[in-house]
Design a protein around this ligand. Structure first.
Ligand code: FAD
Length: 466
């Protein structure tokens, strides 16, 4: 009998889940409501694609594990993505001061447009597996409370309005209707939680000024600990000699969508470096706004009788404040859990879906703790207030961040965890604990740690604006 898996959504979670399923199913069909572009182009079903996306080291490692036959890293670098080491290629102001730049590299991240990332993954998966993508909008699940047996598709070239499957993966993103669909099957005990800072993200793409194509990624983090709305800014180098510039403000501190206001907001951040760098740069797009920034979580792993035949991954399972850059990495780690659980069993193995759901909850837990642990401190956050545990954890993370501004050992531990390369237990390692106890070994920096040449580029950018 043909073993068929159906994946809802051809975004990152969907394509990586399809790759994970491919060795274990005879047929893997990915359904997407969108017309998918033939190149690295923006598409309607992925509105967040207009905003800066960094792929953390933990996410890249999981992608490399899940996509067979090719190195995603090499493909992306060949297509123009930047590989940036957190130790050397990042200039960042944290709530505890400026990070230094070290001789050591630390974890690396990949920076490129979301359109390039999704297209590269899609091409690699289609070239190296028997995965098939079809156009179609899924409107419901088939089956009953004990087992999901397929999907109902609204308009389709998928050969009918119902598609049966041994395993369905919902990877339809933050707008997923899975809780409603489960309710229709009689599964009604899904607990959900939302923590919402009201963050608004404003993004504009610029041509990197001549000579500045390799300028370090520049990040001004929001400060959750000062009882004021958080304001942040970032310049991310992407393919094609471009800068993706994202500004963020939590409720009460939102960035504007008009070009003059955008620049003013950047210049008014706790340090004007982002504003100075873009003041003379050539804009290539309008300012785009995103309000899809809530931390939303579905505790599917806690449902008492989880149905066989259904797995939920990516944003359909949990979303995070994008300021922490974790969503795609959590999606990739979820697909990796699926691949590992399938090894030696296959898509029809009993209890497979529940085991995957429990495994996928682990990276979600880590990312949720990191995001909500900070978001809880913004004065206008909805859905959470700091409690005793938050206070304790925050004391520790603030001390660790402070130590990281002047100790590479502390910075490396912090970055390993924020890159989702290791779990939070890494912070309890004696060297990390000692670094926290000792505090920074070097004095705080008064400004961004730029080289002489980089300062020259900042002055040239300012000069170009006059
Ligand atoms: C402003 C912003 C910035 C971000 N920055 C980062 C970052 O720096 N780093 C990071 O890791 N993450 C970031 N994220 C999060 C990241 O965008 C998501 O975590 C990621 O897109 C999740 O992938 P996904 O495949 O689960 O969902 P999506 O990428 O949203 O894909 C869902 C797919 O499902 C399809 N679909 C939806 N409904 C249906 C249906 N009923 N039937 C068929 N198809 C359907 C859609 O067309 C789409 O193709 C950011 C998010 C935002 C909003």
């Amino acid at each position: 009998m043909t073993r068929r898996a159906v994946v809802i959504g051809a975004g990152l979670a969907g394509m990586l889940a399809a790759a994970a399923l491919s060795p274990s199913a005879d047929e893997v069909i990915v359904l997407d409501r969108d017309e998918l572009p033939d190149g690295p182009d923006h598409r309607k079903g992925l509105p967040q694609g207009r905003h800066a996306h960094v792929l953390m080291a933990g996410g890249l490692a999981a992608m490399e594990d899940v996509v067979p036959g090719v190195s995603m890293r090499k493909q992306l670098l060949a297509a123009g993505a930047h590989e940036l080491s957190l130790g050397r290629d990042m200039v960042a102001l944290t709530p505890e001061g400026w990070f230094r730049r070290w001789r050591h590299e630390g974890p690396r991240l990949l920076a490129c447009s979301r359109a390039l990332l999704d297209w590269s993954v899609r091409v690699a998966v289609l070239a190296n597996t028997r995965v098939e993508i079809r156009r179609g909008q899924v409107v419901d699940l088939l089956g009953d409370a004990g087992r999901v047996t397929g999907v109902r598709v609204s308009t389709t070239d998928a050969g009918g309005s119902e598609l049966t499957a041994d395993l369905v993966v919902d990877a339809s993103g933050r707008g997923s209707r899975v809780v409603r669909w489960l309710g229709g099957l009689g599964v009604t005990d899904v607990r959900e939680r939302t923590v919402d800072t009201g963050l608004v993200n404003a993004t504009r793409v610029y041509r990197a000024p001549e000579g500045a194509e390799r300028f370090p990624m520049t990040v001004l983090q929001a400060d959750p600990y000062v009882s004021r709305p958080g304001r942040s800014g970032m310049i991310l180098p992407i393919e094609g000699g471009r800068w993706m510039v994202s500004l963020g403000g939590t409720r009460g501190g939102e960035p504007p969508a008009d070009p003059d206001g955008f620049l003013r907001y950047a210049l008014d951040l706790p340090h004007p470096i982002v504003g100075k760098l873009i003041s003379g740069a050539e804009p290539l797009t309008d300012v785009h706004i995103s309000r899809s920034t809530r931390n939303d979580r579905r505790y599917l792993e806690k449902v008492r009788d989880w149905p066989e035949g259904l797995v939920v991954l990516g944003d359909a399972l949990a979303t995070f404040n994008p300021a922490y850059g974790q969503g795609m990495t959590v999606a990739a780690l979820g697909a990796q859990v699926l691949r590992r659980e399938l090894e030696g069993t296959g898509v029809t193995a009993p209890d497979l879906a529940r085991r995957v759901q429990r495994g996928a909850a682990r990276p979600v837990d880590a990312a949720w703790a990191a995001a909500v642990g900070q978001d809880v401190w913004y004065p206008e956050t909805h859905g959470a207030h700091p409690n005793a545990a938050d206070r304790l954890l925050t004391r520790f993370t603030r001390r660790l961040t402070l130590a990281s501004t002047g100790s590479y050992g502390a910075a490396a531990a912090l970055w390993d965890v924020t890159s989702l390369l290791t779990g939070p237990a890494r912070l309890l390692h004696p060297t990390a604990l000692l670094a926290v106890l000792n505090g920074p070994l070097l004095p705080p920096l008064a400004g961004p740690p730029l080289t002489r040449e980089e300062w020259r580029l900042v002055r040239a950018a300012e000069g170009a604006a006059d």
